[in-house]
Design a protein around this ligand. Structure first.
Ligand code: UDP
Length: 322
């Protein structure tokens, strides 16, 4: 039997490029497709000469190309999607189209050869729920559709439903992973993500911008840990047809994160509070806390996050310094 052939949609993005690296190291053949809307060639430039690596610059909305690429693959890691709260708010229609139609194309094409699909979903799906920690099967609490932020979660829920339906009715092997604030080298702050933004601000000595009162919290996980968990799930038969939280369950408030980044970067930046409506738009809604219950992924593949917060922040700092 030849090497396993992986297709990574959104493979020139932050998580996708780390996943590509890992699968190549494991001896797999890796093809990525990316339209470079938020991904960048820089993220994959170091893989270009690898004999088992191939890249296609195109959109996943191109059915012909997607059909051919999926036919030539064993497993599809579907990451191509609108990314980042700030990006989604500025590109609502485009985000809906890529997240819904794009994912539908992935499943339509995967169905023909019953190819395995690993769908990357998001903790954003839990919305404003305050029943913590979040379990995969619990209720969600979505804000009104008039609040732009929630359109992203709504599209991702449709993706999850599609995945489960293709599994139940068409016997397509699918695994859904819900990522919780994944961070690491190559993540850009351009689309709103807090950690790269804070690190950049700290290193430039400009104010670190904490939105709202800073009491809201998140759990930040390393892309290395997330990739490890995803790869294990992709290779585990018992994972098929199920949804998994993935990330870290170590919670920190955003104001504490700002202070930690400032200290680890040895920065003299001020920590400045910015009202949400100034940072995003009028009527913006944030979630106060977001913590995953990791029991299911732990029981299924023995997943445990290994990289601590300081180590994670330091890895982002050294990336930005380079
Ligand atoms: N945030 C912040 N300053 C920034 C960017 C984000 O305080 O410069 C906050 C944001 O309002 C949210 C948290 O950091 O409460 C995490 O934001 P991010 O966009 O990284 O992820 P998400 O909201 O999806 O968890």
């Amino acid at each position: 039997m030849g090497a396993t052939r992986a297709l990574i949609t959104g493979g020139a993005g932050f998580i996708g490029s780390h996943l590509a690296e890992r699968l190549l190291a494991d001896g797999e053949e890796v093809t990525i497709i990316d339209d470079l809307s938020t991904g960048s060639f820089e993220n994959i430039a170091h893989l270009e000469q690898h004999p088992n690596f191939r890249y296609v610059i195109d959109t996943i909305l191109n059915e012909q190309v997607m059909g051919d690429l999926i036919d030539e693959s064993d497993t599809v890691y579907h990451l191509a999607a609108a990314v980042g709260v700030a990006y989604v708010i500025e590109n609502i229609l485009k985000s809906i189209q890529i997240n819904i139609r794009g994912t539908e194309i992935v499943f339509e094409q995967a169905n023909r050869g019953k190819k395995k699909v690993i769908l990357f979903s998001t903790s954003e799906i839990y919305g404003k729920s305050n029943s913590l920690p979040f379990r995969e099967d619990q209720d969600r609490l979505m804000g009104s559709p008039t609040v732009n932020r929630w359109s992203y979660a709504a599209t991702k829920v449709v993706d999850e439903i599609l995945a489960l339906a293709y599994h139940r009715e068409k016997k397509v092997p699918v695994v859904v992973v819900r990522c919780f604030n994944t961070c690491g080298p190559r993540q850009t702050g351009q689309y709103g993500m807090v950690l790269p933004r804070f690190v950049k601000q700290a290193l430039l000595g400009i104010p670190i911008t904490v939105y709202g009162d800073g009491k809201q919290s998140r759990c930040f996980s390393s892309v290395q840990d997330v990739v490890e968990g995803v790869v294990r799930l992709a290779r585990k038969e018992e994972a098929v047809g199920r949804i998994f939280n993935i990330g870290s369950d170590h919670e920190i408030t955003i104001e504490d994160l700002a202070a930690r980044v400032k200290e680890l970067a040895g920065s003299s930046s001020a920590i400045e509070h910015v009202p949400y409506e100034k940072a995003y738009e009028q009527g913006f809604e944030d979630m106060q806390r977001r913590v995953p219950d990791l029991t299911r992924i732990h029981e299924t593949v023995g997943f445990e996050p290994k990289v601590g917060l300081d180590e994670l922040i330091l890895s982002v700092i050294s990336h930005f310094k380079r």
